[in-house]
Structures are given as C-alpha cells and as structure tokens.
Write a protein that binds this ligand. Structure first.
Ligand SMILES: C[S@@+](CC[C@H](N)C(=O)[O-])C[C@H]1O[C@@H](n2cnc3c(N)ncnc32)[C@H](O)[C@@H]1O
Length: 427
C-alpha cells in the first residue's frame, strides 16, 4: 500500500503508453455498430473497453459499469460475449444504453419503420396532436418544428412492442437538438435565435435509416457469434446502489463524472422534458454526482488526505467550489465502497479519469481515487496513462514548466490532454 507521496510519485512517474491512445482509430471505428446511435458527452471509446474486457475477464464473467452513460461498456461486453450490468442516474442515458445493447431483427424492424412512415404521412394541418406541456418546450422549439416532432412522437408512442418503440424514441431523442434553437455545438444550454432548425420528419427518417444500418451490422455480428441472448441489465438508479449481489462482478469498467464539469441533467433537458422524465430541472439535477446543486455540506467523509488538502487550498480561494469538490470526493468514495461490495475477490475496477484544474488549483482526481480505493482495501494492479488524441483538443503548454501557455509564448508546445486508467484490484 502506497502512502500519499508514494501515490503521487507513482502517477507522476507513469509514462504515456501509446498503445492506449488508439490514435489510428477514425470516427467510423469508434462509432462502429451501435456506438454512433446518439451523441453523449464524455463517452469513452469502445476500444478501451474491449481491451480491458479481453485482458481481465473470461467466459461466464459479469462486467459492470456504475456510470453506464450511453452504454459503451455494456455494448462492448456483449460483443465479447460477457453478461453485463449498468446503471445511470440519467433516464435519457438509460434509454440510449438499452437501445444500443439490444440488436433487433432487421426485417421486422424495417416493417415497423414502414408502417410508422405511413402513419406519420397521414397527418394534415387539422390533425390533433398531444404534446408534452412545459414552458421549456416552448422555450426551445418553434411552432412548426414542435408540431412535426409531436406527430412523430405521438406515432412512436403507439408502437406496441417496447424494444421497437425505444429504438425509435432513441433516434427521436438524438434529433431534438438539431430541430430546436439550441446553439449548435454548444455544451451549455444557450438559445440561438438566428438558427434555422432542421426539419423534423426528414431528419428523423435519415437518423433512423442510419441506425437501421448499424443495427443490422450489430445483429449480424451477434448472430454469427451466437451472442444474441447474452444478458445485459440496465437500470436507472444511483451508482451507490447497484442491482447485483455481493461478490458477483469480475470487472468494472467506468468513467465517472467530473466535478462541476458537464451538467448532464441540463444537457439532456430536451429529451428529459419531451419524454416527461422530469418537469423540474432543479430536482432532476440533484442526484447527479459532480453537480453543484442540492448538496449536503456537513460531515463529509472524504477518505483521502489529498482530497482534504485540496479542499483546504480551495477554501482559501472560493468557499463554494471547495464545498462542491468535497461533496464530489465524498460521493465518489461511496461509489467505490459499493464497487467493493459487488466485486469478486481479485476482481478488477478500471476507472478512466483525468485530472483537472478549478480556480487555479489542481484537482488530482486520479491520485485521490487511488488513495480512497486503497483505504477501502483495493491494491494497485496497473496504472495506465493515455493521450486523448482529439483533433479539437491539443492544448498549448510551456515546454519547461508543462503549464498551460499562450499561443504567442516562445516556449510553447502542443500536447494532447491525458487521462489515467486506474486498474485497482479487490483483495
Ligand atoms: C463520463 S459519463 C459516462 C459515459 C460512459 N462511459 C459512456 O461511454 O457513455 C458519467 C455518467 O455518470 C452519470 N452519473 C452522474 N451521477 C450519477 C449517479 N449518482 N449514479 C449513476 N450515474 C451517475 C451521468 O449521468 C453520466 O452519464
């Protein structure tokens, strides 16, 4: 077991392993089969999961993801013939993950789509449409698009078979942003009054045709491997209460939310409001780890000296941020404790995480997580450091100090952001 300085040194000394960058992978590779069904912030690339599943599991093992998101771990586990269980607090993520992990018989799916198109085509200007009533729907959508979207969703909701219904709702969810006045490419909910929204019906048909092609690839692959019946359980619930027994899981592969980074609740509000998963965004946000709202600040148990030091440093600069970070580390420690409960002896927890900076203070997420996990009884099995080779992301750093530099600085060099894969073993 390493002490605090030992943990810091271990992570500092870890060199970037080029194997894990998957720099040769194109968007097509990372969006293969069902991975490209729906955009999702901070989803990780499938190749990371498949290598970890291959390295750390054997036939019959169960894989889990407590922050399942759009289901990358679960899809890849199925491709490798492993049963899996995943949860996410976000019902939109759960819808996406369920659809992505469920291959549908392609010919039947085409029949359902044809019949849906016929029904959508029968609407005229006088047809009555039942739509979700919420001021935020009127805030985001113009009348014409709102009506067309209403026609589509009304007809999808009449499909009897839930798996097919969910497939079309997943596609519907992915077009909502384009059909609204949400500022394109923005991760903040901002309106763009100059935007010309995409026309819903043709956009929906295009989206479904793409998904149908990908479904067919997935279905064929699963049938060839005889994996169509591999079990995949997905529930909308908190990562601190997983729907699986003690010591039942062989491998966890997960990427947790970051503190005060993405507000997943806000980012998915178009789908969450349309599907009436919530009618109050403030309440909706509260259960997401890493958010800023509705937290209990007292008696937080961080289980980490590094986290306590960060909390103190931040409290000298900004008390609110210091409390938010403390709440985040406290809640992550609770998730790790639940992971320990479900993992088998010698089972591995692979956590994909990078370090961040808030108000000028380095937030050493990776170091804190290793310390917390060690304190809970895990040992380090492996620490991998990888570059995230995104064309949009290289940041400019000072060659000597490694700190962020301005584009005009002489000593600047461009580096890709890095993250760790912490492979921790349950003793
Ligand atoms: C980085 S994302 C995971 C992305 C995922 N690896 C993928 O490939 O799509 C983190 C996820 O944690 C979820 N989350 C936040 N708080 C949670 C909680 N208390 N319980 C379960 N999931 C939570 C968010 O909704 C988000 O989907």
């Amino acid at each position: 077991m390493l002490d605090v300085e030992g943990i810091k040194e271990r992570l500092r000394a870890t060199e970037i392993d080029p194997f894990w960058a998957f720099a040769d992978k194109t968007r097509k590779d990372t969006a293969y089969i069902t991975h490209g069904y729906h955009r999702y912030p901070a989803k990780f690339i499938p190749q990371i999961v498949s290598h970890l599943v291959e390295r750390y599991t054997k036939e019959g093992d169960l894989v889990a993801d407590p922050f399942g998101g759009s289901g990358t771990t679960l899809v890849e586990s199925k491709v490798m013939g492993r049963a899996s269980v995943g949860v996410d607090i976000n019902p939109v993520a759960v819808l996406i993950a369920k659809v992505k992990t469920q291959p549908l018989e392609p010919t039947e799916l085409a029949v359902v789509f044809d019949s849906l198109k016929v029904k959508i085509g029968t609407y005229n200007g006088d047809s009555k449409i039942v739509m979700p009533k919420h001021e935020r729907i009127d805030y985001w959508f113009k009348e014409k698009e709102k009506r067309e979207l209403g026609i589509i969703s009304q007809e999808i909701s009449r499909i009897e078979n839930q798996e097919y219904r969910d497939f079309f709702f997943c596609g519907f969810s992915n077009i909502l942003k384009n059909c609204s006045i949400w500022l394109q490419k923005s991760n903040k909910p901002t309106r763009d009054f100059k935007k010309i929204p995409s026309s819903p019906i043709p956009t929906f048909y295009r989206q479904i045709r793409t998904m149908m092609n990908k479904n067919e690839q997935f279905y064929t692959l699963m049938r060839q491997k005889n994996y169509l019946d591999i079990n995949c359980e997905i529930e909308c619930r908190d990562a601190r209460s997983l729907p699986t027994g003690d010591k039942s899981v062989s491998l966890i592969v997960t990427s947790p939310p970051y503190v005060t980074s993405y507000e997943y609740a806000d980012l998915h509000q178009l789908s969450a409001l349309w599907f009436q998963f919530t009618d109050n965004l403030n309440n909706f946000r509260k259960n997401f780890i890493g958010t800023t709202s509705g937290r209990e600040w007292k008696n937080l148990f961080l289980n980490s000296v590094i986290a306590e030091t960060t909390r103190k440093q931040l409290s000298l600069i900004d008390k609110k941020t210091s409390k938010e970070v403390a709440a985040y580390f406290c809640e992550m420690n609770q998730v790790f404790s639940e992971m320990k409960r479900v993992l088998k002896r010698r089972g591995k927890a692979c956590i994909v995480i990078g370090n961040t900076n808030l108000k000028g203070v380095e937030i050493l997420n990776a170091e804190v997580f290793v310390e917390q996990l060690q304190n809970l009884g895990f040992t380090i099995s492996d620490i991998i450091k990888r570059e995230i080779p995104s064309k949009n992301l290289p940041s400019t750093r000072d060659i000597k100090t490694g700190k962020f530099a301005r584009l005009t600085d002489k000593n600047k060099t461009e580096v890709y952001p890095t993250e760790y894969i912490l492979v921790m073993e349950e003793l």
